[in-house]
Design a protein around this ligand. Structure first.
Ligand SMILES: *Cc1c(COP(=O)(O)O)cnc(C)c1O
Length: 222
């Protein structure tokens, strides 16, 4: 099933859109099956789980951290993580920079924008993002590179609401991406999950994070 699901999603999304297969809570065997079907980019939301899977699986996999990040966990993934989607403070960027430096790497990051109406979603306001980029200490972070923005729409069936939120992020993305610096060059707009990825792509997404439509529903009790 995983192979068929992947194929049908790949046919659904245009070439310029990257598919991140969200494998959180799923066993290594499922990831291996997706890998054997050609998938190379996987997303996890817990650092320890991602490290365990990284250790067990082929090394040409690109690992994305998509969850809310605790600063004290950055060190465990700094040697291999390819893209961190959920960065929502300058302090976190500083910690990523510090850990990346130890491994002589530059770690790519996305700043997470808060676009949903729900109180529970993490993320930065557009003003917060502008402030981080303008902060004089930002440019000193030479071991990180902010390569895009990430956002999650409100969990709702209201398509107009979701569209409004995606569109607002897309237009902010277009505005701020003219500000290119050594460590700031926006190319990636990460929005869209199983339930809303088509709409997200229509609204300008270049990276979709899809879990349950590939691997099936998650069972958190396993
Ligand atoms: C779990 C998760 C996804 C994937 O969700 P699905 O609805 O299963 O596709 C995408 N993005 C983030 C940040 C997630 O935590």
């Amino acid at each position: 099933m995983i192979k068929e699901n992947l194929n049908s999603i790949q046919q659904d999304i245009p070439n310029h859109v990257t598919l991140v297969a969200v494998s959180k809570t799923k066993p290594i065997a499922d990831i291996q099956e997706a890998y054997d079907a050609g998938q190379r980019v996987f997303g996890e939301n817990k650092v320890q789980e991602m490290v365990t899977k990284y250790d067990a699986l082929p090394k040409d996999i690109e690992w994305h951290m998509i969850g809310h990040l605790q600063r004290n966990k950055v060190k465990y993934m700094a040697h291999f993580v390819d893209l961190i989607h959920g960065v929502d403070s300058l302090k976190t960027l500083q910690e990523i920079n510090k850990q990346a430096k130890k491994h002589n790497r530059v770690i790519n990051c996305l700043l997470q924008a808060r676009i949903a109406e729900e109180e529970t979603k993490f993320g930065l306001s557009f003003d917060d993002i502008q402030e981080i980029v303008n902060d004089e200490s930002f440019i000193e972070l030479t071991n990180i590179k902010v390569v895009g923005l990430m956002g999650m729409a409100t969990f709702t069936d209201n398509q107009a609401q979701i569209k409004k939120e995606f569109t607002s992020l897309e237009s902010f993305f277009d505005t701020i991406k003219v500000e290119v610096k050594n460590n700031f060059e926006l190319k990636i707009l990460s929005m869209g999950m199983s339930g809303d990825y088509q709409l997200a792509i229509d609204c300008g997404s270049t990276m979709v994070r899809i879990g349950s439509s590939i691997f099936g529903a998650r069972n958190y009790f396993v």
